[in-house]
Design a protein around this ligand. Sequence first.
Ligand code: HEC
Ligand code: HEC
Ligand code: HEC
Ligand code: HEC
Ligand code: HEC
Length: 440
Amino acid sequence: MKRLFQILLVFAFTISAGIYLYQKRKEVPVEQVFPGKVWVKPIETLPDLKGVGAPTAKNCGACHTEIYAEWKLSTHANALSDIQFQSELAKPSSPKWICLNCHIPIQNQRETMIIALRGGDYFEPIEVTNPNFNPEMKEEAITCATCHVRVDSQTKESYVIGGNGTTSPPHPIKINREFLQNRCYDCHNETYTLNQSLVCAFQTGTEHDGAVSDKSCVSCHLPEVQRSFVKPSLHRPVRSSHRHGFIGGGVPKSFSLYKDQIRLGYRPGIVLKEFKIESDTIIFKIQNQNASHHVTTGDPERFYRFRLEGLDRDGKVLYHNETKIGQDWEWSPIAKKVNDNRIPSGGEFIWKVDLPKDLASVRQFRFQAVHVRLRNQTSDYMKQTALNVPNEFQEKVKNIKEFYPHSSIVIEVLFDADRKTRKDTPIEELFKRNAERRGE
Ligand code: HEC
Ligand code: HEC
Ligand code: HEC
Ligand code: HEC
Ligand code: HEC
C-alpha cells in the first residue's frame, strides 16, 4: 500500500514537472501575449515597389527630393541612431524587439523575424534569420514606407498610400487620406505597463481628442506648403504639399539641427499671455495656445522650466526664482505618476512670485521658458553605463553633452522695471543661442 502511494507520488510529481516545463518552453504567439496591440508585430515584409525598387526613403527621394531632404532632418529619420534611444535600448531591462517594433517598424528593417515567445515570456523571443533584411532601410528608422507603403492582400504587391488623388505617379497608388492622418496614433498614443517598472506612457492622441480643436496632428506637424510633390525636372504642377520635418518641442537631436527648426514649422505651444508687476509680487499668465494636446506631451521626462531673474543695470543677476510644469513619476517599486501640472490645450498656468523687499536696484526682470528633454542627472547616468551600448555609439554617449541638446530656451521676455515695458527676444535669436548651449 505504502509502496503504491510512493509510486503515485513520483508519478504526480513527474507529470506536474512535465507540465511546468512544457508551459515554460511552449511557443506562444505574440498576439496571444499582447492581444490587440499594433506594436506586437512589425509591418509585414514589403516587396519591391513597381517603378521604384526597394521601398527605401533613399529611393523615394530620387523623385520626392524636397520631402526627402526635410524628412532626413526629422526625429523620425533618426529614431534608431538617437543616442538616448541606444542607451535605453541597451538596458538589460529593455525587451528590445518591442522597442524596435515602433522605432524600426517594418519587417524589411529587421535582421530576424520573431515567430513566438518562449513560454509567453517577452524576454525570450524565438527568432529566425530574415532573408529579406535590408540594412540600408534599417538605418532609415521611421522611413517613408512606415506611413506610405503597404502590401495588397490579393496581388501581394506593394503600393503607395497617398492623400491627394489628382496625381498620376509612376508607382501604384491608393488614396486613403484618413489612414495617413490617423497613423500617428499607433505610436504616439500608447500607455502600457509591461512589468513593474517599465511603461510606455504616451497619451498625445487622447489629450488631442479631449481638446476643442478642428485641427489634426498633420495640420500642425506637417504644415502645408505650395510646391510640386517632385523634383522640377519631372514637370509636375504646384499643389498643396506638406513639410515633412515633424518638428515637435524644439529640442532637436543634434546641435546642427537647430538651424532648420523654425523653417520646418517650429513654434512654442505656450505663450506668455500676461504679466503684472505689483509692488511685491509678479504674476505670470502662461497659456497653451498653439498645441491641441498638453504641453509638455509624450515622454514623461520632458518638462518646462520657467525662470525669473532680476538684473541690475550691468546685467548682473540679483534675484532668481523658478518653477516647472511637467509630470513626476516614481519608477520603483512600481511605476506610478505622482504629479502632473502640465497645461492642457487652451489651459492656463498662473505663476505668482512673491518678491523679497530688497530689490530696489533691479532694473530689469528676465523671464525664460526652457523646454527640457533630458535632465543632466539622466545623461550622467547614461555616461556611466556607456559601455553597454554598441561600439559605434560609445564615444557619443560618453560625451553626450557635446552631442545631444538637453533643453532649449523657447521664450524670453525682458521687462523694464522703470518704464514697465516688455520686449520679446526673437525666436531666431534664441535658437542661435540654443545651438551653443550645453546640458539641462
Ligand atoms: C521615379 C519617380 C518617383 C519615385 C521613385 C517615387 N515617386 Fe511618388 N510620385 C512620383 C510622381 C511623379 C508623383 C505624382 C506627382 C504629381 O503629379 O504631382 C508621385 C506621387 C506620390 C504621392 C502622392 C499621390 C497622391 O495622389 O496623393 C505619394 C504619397 C508618393 N508619391 C509617395 C512615394 C513614396 C513613399 C515613394 C517611395 C517608396 C515614392 N513616392 C517614390 C514619382 C515618384
Ligand atoms: C511607427 C511609429 C510612429 C508613427 C506612425 C509616427 N511616429 Fe512620430 N515619432 C515616433 C518615434 C519613435 C519618435 C521619437 C524618436 C526619437 O526620439 O528617437 C517620434 C517623434 C515625433 C516627433 C518629434 C517630437 C520631438 O519633439 O522630438 C513628432 C512631432 C512626431 N513624431 C509626430 C508624428 C506625427 C504627426 C505622426 C503622424 C503623421 C507620427 N509622428 C507618426 C514614432 C512614430
Ligand atoms: C509619419 C508618417 C509619414 C512619414 C514617415 C512620411 N510621410 Fe509623407 N505624408 C504623410 C502625411 C500625413 C501626408 C499628408 C496626407 C494628407 O493630408 O494629404 C503625407 C504626404 C506625402 C506626399 C503627398 C504630397 C504632400 O506633401 O502632401 C508625398 C509625395 C509624401 N508624403 C512622400 C513622402 C516621402 C517621400 C517620405 C519619406 C522621405 C514620407 N512621405 C514620409 C505622412 C508621412
Ligand atoms: C494645433 C496644433 C497642434 C496639433 C493639432 C497637434 N500638435 Fe503636437 N505640438 C504642437 C506644438 C505647438 C508643439 C510644441 C509644444 C511646446 O513644446 O511648447 C507640439 C509638440 C508635439 C510633440 C513634442 C512634445 C514635446 O513636449 O516635446 C509631439 C510628439 C507632438 N506634438 C505630437 C502630436 C500628435 C501625435 C498630434 C495628433 C494627435 C499632435 N501633436 C497634434 C502643436 C500641435
Ligand atoms: C508604441 C510604440 C513605442 C514603443 C513600443 C517604444 N517606443 Fe520609444 N518612442 C515612441 C514614440 C512615439 C516616441 C516619441 C514620443 C514623443 O516625442 O512624444 C518615442 C521616443 C523614445 C525616446 C526618446 C525620448 C525623448 O524624450 O526624446 C527613447 C529614448 C525611446 N523612445 C526609447 C524606447 C525604448 C527603450 C523602448 C522599449 C523599451 C521604446 N522606446 C518602445 C514610441 C514607442
